[in-house]
Design a protein around this ligand. Structure first.
Ligand SMILES: *Cc1c(COP(=O)(O)O)cnc(C)c1O
Length: 256
């Protein structure tokens, strides 16, 4: 293992945990209610092993073609790590990749349409029939956790995924009716432009949507929101799961 990289991750993780603690203090929240998911997209399996040694329990990935091979490789480079790792799929998901993601993910954060619900449910069933999913050595990992991604841009930017708030109740009902999926809550990405006030407004809307969903589905208590740049605001508005990448792993190569 690369000792310099380990030190870098250790320091960055400490800084992010300090930010989380400070934001919880300001918001009057207990830090144990706020879970950190480290988004490891673009970074190697070896980083996941180092992060776990630093106490990270959960990672996020956003592309199936990267996540599948990386998690498989993890077994080879770091025996025992994969079995104890929570894996979250946080990116936009094509229906034809759903079965693959259902093999290794514990939770999918980006469910935004009925066809994807059907495809994931089928994928979990198929994987379970083959003897397990989640890449675990032990028994099958059970149902797949699902979050509904809310479109907080009010349709201004098509293509980033998400269901408008008005479509949430129906989609939640569809998830609840499946055999292999478990509705865990809501997820959102703050608008890319509009600054701090737009972010605040978006997270406030998300909290309001989450109240609505919980009224009908009491177990759906997760609010997945907050990234490197806006985790304080997300915590102020009730986020339970943060998805933090670059503040811990460093900057990623620019998107092609
Ligand atoms: C990459 C990504 C993140 C992490 O973003 P950072 O700004 O690097 O913290 C969070 N959520 C989703 C959906 C992502 O794709």
């Amino acid at each position: 293992m690369d000792a310099a990289r380990a030190q870098q991750l250790h320091n960055a993780l400490a800084r992010v945990n300090q930010r989380i603690d400070a934001a919880c203090m300001t918001a009057g929240r207990d830090p144990s209610e706020v879970h950190l998911i480290v988004v490891t997209k673009f970074f190697p399996a070896s980083d996941i092993a180092l992060l776990q040694a630093e106490g990270v329990t959960d990672v996020g990935e956003n592309r199936d073609q990267e996540a599948g091979p990386k998690l498989a490789e993890l077994g080879a480079v770091a025996p025992g790590v994969r079995e104890r790792l929570g894996v979250h799929f946080v990116g936009q998901l094509q229906t034809n990749k759903a079965a693959s993601v259902a093999e290794y993910a514990d939770t999918v954060h980006s469910v935004d349409r009925p066809r994807l619900v059907t495809a994931l449910d089928r994928g979990v069933r198929a994987a379970t029939e083959r003897g397990g999913r989640g890449g675990r050595a032990g028994p099958p990992a059970g149902p797949l956790g699902v979050l509904l991604q809310v479109d907080l841009e009010e349709g201004r930017r098509a293509g980033r995924g998400g269901v408008p708030p008005t479509g949430l109740a129906e989609l939640a009902t569809a998830v609840a009716a499946t055999e292999h999926l478990q509705l865990r809550g809501l997820m959102a990405v703050a608008p890319a432009d509009g600054g701090a006030s737009a972010t605040e407004r978006a997270f406030r809307t998300l909290a309001h949507c989450a109240d609505g969903i919980r009224a009908d589905h009491p177990a759906a208590s997760w609010i997945s929101a907050g990234m490197s740049g806006d985790l304080e605001s997300a915590i102020a508005h009730g986020a339970t799961h943060l998805r933090v990448g670059s503040a811990i792993l460093g900057s990623r190569p620019p998107l092609r």
